[in-house]
Design a protein around this ligand. Structure first.
Ligand SMILES: *Cc1c(COP(=O)(O)O)cnc(C)c1O
Length: 465
């Protein structure tokens, strides 16, 4: 399997190369040159598979001959054994045709574990074989950092540095990062905001000279192809459980960076009958504005009750645009260049294609709270604020009654106790058993001034031999 850049200029790579690469050298994102596809009979047969078996079936063609089949199976089995529910991704019914797919049974209680648990293992496997060591560097405002640290904590060949804004992430989220034990895990609390952290990561990728010559820098943010790949699996898993391919289903996906929902689009392109993909956004509604006005434009960041979707630009949207513009890399490069300078308007042809599969819905903080409260009242089911946005969008969608809508529940409610309180629910949201003592565990992090030189010096001095 070859991977090509959305901007058409960077060299094609194989899976192993794409795993170790972030952005393509032309500024684009890597996508598969062609997609594997499954016949209706093959999809029907997926109903007999458990989660790791299905994951192997979906992921193997993407990994191709970069990892031998038996080793890939062992890696995938080990990855999903880490999850604390026998179904890995169980479903719960909220109403006649409303379902919730619980993606929060991994170690950090958010769907990012599905991809980052696998990514850490795949990286360590290929590095071990190449006798190579790398440094992962990332900035986080919450969920990504803890999922990346948990995913890499047993990796022998990776030093991971996660920058978070000092005293600006929730205590649960901070402790999920800082209590993980390992001498290659480095939590840096920067005395600045999230944008400062992100700017430092970006600058470090542009000039890696502060690192020893034998270490390359790897990105684990949502533009990493392997993350998208891992997320395709649960779309097939849930749809088949509800009767696909005979019965088409719809998905409602709380999204900011368009990573999770892009995986749903790929599942559709690979043969899964999907009636609709609903883009569920909070007030940071760049994607909803695209769908309703054809215009892609930045607006100031709003801080909401669903902080993991607080973004102004949706980086993975470029991957969909590539298809909407007939995989014309030059056209994409031109579009994105114009987007750097200001708002852009997409062609009517591109938007007609997008609207044939996608719809969108924007949900305010107040509606988020109302949804948390009403799902609790009506079904005794507690939604986290991100999942509540998904359910609200699913209920607002105008779909035939025979089409079940599956909302992706992206986090466990215990991760966001403030939102639960804002919804007027005062029952204690307790952490799952494996995190019960989170508040007693010792923390380890370095507080650093808001200075690139200080951060890079700290990294150079602490990197493992
Ligand atoms: C990261 C995250 C999202 C958004 O994911 P995208 O990559 O933007 O699709 C939604 N909910 C939670 C809880 C998250 O952690």
């Amino acid at each position: 399997m070859k991977y090509i850049s959305t901007r058409g200029q960077a060299p094609a790579l194989n899976f192993e190369q794409v795993l170790l690469t972030g952005l393509a050298s032309d500024g684009g994102l890597y996508v598969p040159a062609t997609l594997p596809s499954f016949s209706r009979a093959e999809i029907a047969a997926m109903a007999a598979l458990d989660y790791p078996e299905l994951a192997l079936k979906i992921i193997a063609p993407f990994v191709d001959d970069c990892v031998p089949a038996a080793d890939l199976k062992a890696i995938i089995d080990d990855t999903y054994a880490e999850f604390r529910h026998n179904a890995v991704a169980p479903m719960v019914q909220l109403a006649a045709n409303q379902w919730v797919l619980e993606l929060f049974h991994g170690p950090t209680l958010a769907f990012k574990d599905f991809a980052l648990q696998l990514l850490g293992r795949l990286l360590d496997y290929v590095l071990e074989r190449k006798h190579q060591k790398v440094v992962i560097m990332g900035a986080t405002s919450g969920d990504t950092g803890s999922a990346a640290i948990e995913g890499c904590k047993r990796c022998k060949n990776i030093d991971i540095y996660i920058l978070h804004p000092h005293q600006r992430v929730s205590e649960v989220q901070r402790r999920q990062m800082t209590t993980v034990v390992g001498d290659k895990i480095h939590n840096l609390a920067v005395e600045g905001n999230f944008d400062d952290c992100q700017a430092m990561v970006k600058a470090s990728f542009n000039d890696r000279s502060f690192l020893p010559a034998d270490r390359s820098l790897v990105a684990v943010n949502s533009i990493n192809w392997a993350r998208i790949m891992a997320q395709i699996v649960y779309y097939f898993y849930a749809a088949v459980a509800l009767g696909a391919p005979a019965r088409p289903v719809a998905f409602s996906v709380p999204t900011g960076n368009f990573g999770d929902i892009f995986a749903g689009y790929l599942a559709h392109q690979m043969g899964l009958p999907v009636a609709r993909l609903i883009i569920a956004t909070n007030r940071n509604d760049v994607l909803h504005r695209v769908m309703t006005t054809s215009t892609y434009g930045r607006q100031p960041l709003a801080h909401t009750l669903s902080p993991s979707m607080d973004i102004t630009v949706s980086s993975n949207f470029e991957r969909l645009l590539f298809d909407l513009y007939d995989r014309d890399g030059a056209a994409l490069a031109d579009l994105m260049r114009r987007f750097d300078a200001g708002d852009i308007v997409f062609s009517e042809a591109a938007m007609i294609r997008a609207r044939a599969l996608f719809s969108s819905h924007c949900v305010s903080d107040q509606q988020t709270c109302e949804q948390i409260a009403s799902s609790w009242r009506e079904c005794a089911y507690l939604l986290d604020p991100h999942s509540a946005i998904g359910v609200a969008a699913a209920l607002a969608a105008d779909l035939p009654p025979e089409v079940p809508v599956i909302t992706l529940a992206t986090a466990h409610p215990a991760k966001f106790p403030d939102a639960i309180r804002s919804a007027g629910l005062d029952q204690a949201v307790s952490l799952p058993l494996h995190l019960k003592d989170l508040f007693e565990r010792p923390e380890r992090f370095a507080v650093l001034p808001n200075s690139l030189a200080a951060v890079q010096a700290h990294m150079a001095n602490s990197i493992s031999a």
